[in-house]
Design a protein around this ligand. Structure first.
Ligand code: SAH
Ligand code: SF4
Ligand code: F3S
Length: 464
């Protein structure tokens, strides 16, 4: 089929946005467009935006400004902005007013309407700005064009009901809606039949899955069903909320075949005073007990987290509580953020916003503490052998393979660096096509805070 033209999508923000981009790619392909990695070549250019911090929005606005020149050179190109940032009506209005080279704006709630809106732009030659105020139901059976053939994201819940006081997500993604277990199961079965090896279940708060449908322990029920699907080697999920992470769930993960021993459990802050103002629904002590229980049931589990510094009113003492939890819990890794004021959230209205300089000092202290811990934990892996799902070769060096442990650590290895003589002699077994998408054993030889290297141990463990 001749292509109607080329499209290019740039994604900002989280996995949910990456997944939405897969749907946009699917819809554009169905309409007869082909993907290009070049913006200049594109006939349709989409920016799928994020609003979680001010920096994310600044990046997008700067990018929109830069696109003016390209649009002048290629007036028939359609430039569209979608995603969380423009789900804020005031922002959609601002773009309409200030950036006349933008042809199309739509929000998160009408993503499935994209083909219709796009046709209006192309066929009627008008600017289309359409942001729905509230969420629609779940639209199943949208096309998806996934970039990897090995790992797939599978959405289980949309939206969020938690309203953490700093967070924009509930406002731009709507109330929590769970997909039906049967629909999720069908999608994972389909992925398994296509040769996918790993699925990551996505939601803002996966462990509250099913509550909106009246299910109790819905997430555990869902995991139990998916754990039975042959072909899928690994099941991951994110993000979990400490408040909903119950013992039944922990017990099931410890017994399951395919659910990986990695839990991403954002703590956000270590001070009870700040946690309360954040509306997180747990105390520092409750969080630490939960981690203890998780480690009791799942001894080799890796635990990662999100932490924020500089929430309004955060004193030196509050910040020290955060450092204290970090030292006591010893996370495998932490994503650290400086609090950013989000228009329309309760925290933005709070007094005693923390000085930018203080925020910077705190984040640096936090990062260096965590880096040291990650390094120590990673060094403990040295000399041990781990099961790696090989995902591909390194961007900079195609002779270096990259994959992850079940605990979600990225490991690099060179096949010719193997300890196993037979394997080294058997060049055929080492070619890229045979390794990528398969499970192998890799012995760790070098570990830093962020990068881990190893050597291939023996033949393939499973997979294709
Ligand atoms: N639903 C997930 C992800 C939310 S966004 C969760 O609950 O963890 C990812 C992270 O961004 C959050 O965990 C939080 O640490 C951070 N974040 C959210 N709002 C923020 C804000 N206003 N300023 C700085 N960081 C923020
Ligand atoms: Fe935001 Fe809290 Fe919901 Fe996560 S749980 S998306 S931080 S409101
Ligand atoms: Fe994700 Fe950013 Fe939206 S973190 S849900 S893309 S605001």
């Amino acid at each position: 089929m001749n292509t109607l033209g080329y499209f290019n999508i740039e994604v900002f923000g989280c996995q949910m946005n990456e997944h939405d981009a897969e749907v946009l790619r699917g819809m554009l392909s169905q309409m007869g467009y082909e993907e290009t990695s070049s913006e200049e070549e594109a006939d349709v250019l989409l920016l799928n935006t994020c609003a979680v911090r001010e920096k994310a929005e600044h990046k997008v606005l700067a990018k929109i400004g830069m696109l003016k020149e390209l649009k002048e050179k290629k007036p028939n190109m359609v430039i569209g902005i979608c995603g969380c940032m423009v789900q804020q009506q005031w922002m959609a209005d601002k773009i309409k007013r200030d950036f006349h080279h933008i042809d199309l704006v739509f929000g998160t709630h009408n993503l499935h309407y994209f083909p219709h809106l796009f046709r209006q732009v192309v066929e009627e030659g008008k600017r289309v700005f359409d942001v729905w105020e509230s969420e629609s139901g779940i639209v199943e059976e949208l096309p998806k064009q996934r970039t990897s053939g090995i790992k797939a994201w599978v959405v289980i819940t949309y939206g969020c009901n938690n309203f953490c006081s700093y967070c924009i997500v509930p406002y731009v993604r709507g109330r929590e809606r769970s997909r039906k277990i049967e629909d999720i199961e069908k999608e994972v079965l389909d992925l398994a039949s296509k040769g996918f090896k790993e699925v990551t279940l996505l939601g803002q708060n996966v462990d509250s899955y099913g509550k909106d449908m009246g299910l109790k322990g819905g997430f555990t029920q869902l995991l139990k069903r998916l754990d039975e699907i042959d072909g899928i080697e690994r099941i991951r999920f994110m993000t979990s909320h400490p408040r909903d992470f119950d013992e039944e769930l922990i017990e099931f993960i410890s017994k399951s075949k395919r659910v990986c021993e990695h839990i991403h459990l954002p703590i956000q802050a270590g001070s009870n005073n700040i946690l309360k103002k954040m509306n997180r629904g747990y105390t520092k002590e409750e969080y630490m007990e939960l981690i203890e229980r998780i480690r009791e049931y799942i001894p080799h589990v890796s635990v990662t987290t999100d932490i924020m510094v500089g929430f309004p009113g955060e004193s030196e003492e509050d910040f020290n509580d955060t450092l204290d939890v970090v030292k006591k819990v010893r996370f495998d890794n932490a994503y650290t953020f400086v609090y950013s004021k989000r228009k329309g959230t309760p925290a933005a209205e709070m007094e005693d916003q923390v000085d930018e300089k203080v925020k910077k000092e705190r984040i640096q202290k936090l990062i260096s503490e965590q880096q040291q811990i990650s390094l120590e934990i990673n060094k403990e892996m040295m000399g041990k052998t781990f099961e790696i799902l090989v995902e591909g070769t390194s961007k900079n060096d195609s002779s270096v393979f990259t994959g992850r442990t079940r605990t979600n650590k990225i490991v690099h290895f060179r096949p010719n660096n193997t300890d196993n003589k037979d394997l080294e002699d058997n060049n055929e077994a080492l070619d890229s096509e045979k390794l990528v998408g398969n499970l192998v054993n890799v012995k760790i030889t070098e570990a830093k805070s962020y990068t881990i290297f190893g050597s291939l141990q023996d033949g393939l463990l499973g997979g294709n």
